[in-house]
Every structure is written in structure tokens, then in C-alpha cells.
Design a protein around this ligand. Structure first.
Ligand code: FES
Length: 148
């Protein structure tokens, strides 16, 4: 019995259709995975000013975390009443830092990182200082701001 003759144009067309379908399926599967693994950078405005709560409720030698753009900020009232504000995320692996009244400095609980009250990393794994922000009282509110 003779072999059935093949039509090269039909075969090429079928290869193209199947190849296009396969490429579409791969794109539909892998594109969301790639987007998930590398999300787009969301830029923040270079200047940001936020109200950080009533000044009267932040006693000397205490700190408070407040939302500041996409990340928290830590506002601290020193024993002498001076206000200071810093980025609220550790420079090591981005855990949230807190003020420790017993140590009188900023502490990261994740890996025992310590920062002094200028934001400088003084102990533990944090590789660099915390960003510091401007903090002051405006009326009876605390206001913190970042300028770049
Ligand atoms: S995340 Fe803060 S010390 Fe590791």
C-alpha cells in the first residue's frame, strides 16, 4: 500500500498554529509568575509629611510607631523632651524596630540589632544607620517629615 502523500503547506500551517498556541499557554502561565516574583517598584514622593498623633500622649523616654508612606516610622521623645523620628524598619532584614525605654535606644527584636538615638547602628547585624526624619510639634500634634 503506498504511503499517503503529505501536504507540506498544511503541515507548516499546523506547526505554526500549534507553536503559537504553545507560546500563548507558556506566556499565560509564566508571565504572572515572573510578575509575582519581581513586583514593580512603587515610588514614593520625595517629600512626605505625616501627623504622628497627639504630642501629649508621647511621654518622655517613649516611642511610637506610625504609618509613614508605605513603611512605618518610629518617633521617639527623649528624656529631655526632644523629638526624633527614624525609619521604622531595620536596615538588616527590614523587621520593625521599637524604642526600648530600659536601654534608652532603638532595638530590633528579630536579630538583636541596636541603634542609638541618632539612628546609628551600634550593635548586632544591622549594616547601616536608620534614616532619620524631621520631627516637631505643630499645635498639639507631632508632625514628622522627610525631605530628599
Ligand atoms: S532584621 Fe533587624 S537585626 Fe535583623
Amino acid at each position: 500500500m503506498p504511503a499517503t502523500p503529505t501536504n507540506p503547506d498544511r503541515r507548516r500551517w499546523l506547526d505554526w498554529v500549534l507553536g503559537s498556541w504553545f507560546a500563548g499557554v507558556c506566556g499565560a502561565v509564566f508571565f504572572p509568575v515572573v510578575r509575582y516574583l519581581s513586583p514593580p517598584e512603587i515610588s514614593e514622593p520625595p517629600t512626605l509629611t505625616v501627623k504622628a498623633g497627639p504630642a501629649a500622649t508621647l511621654a518622655p523616654n517613649t516611642g511610637r510607631l506610625v504609618p509613614f508612606g508605605q513603611k512605618p516610622a518610629l518617633v521617639v521623645r527623649l528624656k529631655n523632651g526632644e523629638l526624633r523620628a527614624f525609619a521604622g524598619t531595620c536596615t538588616h532584614l527590614a523587621c520593625t524596630v521599637q524604642y526600648r525605654p530600659d536601654l534608652e535606644h532603638i532595638w530590633c527584636a528579630c536579630h538583636n540589632g541596636h541603634y542609638d538615638l541618632t539612628g546609628r547602628n551600634i550593635s548586632g547585624p544591622p549594616p547601616k544607620p536608620l534614616d532619620s526624619y524631621e520631627a516637631h510639634e505643630q499645635g498639639d500634634e507631632i508632625v514628622i517629615s522627610r525631605r530628599t
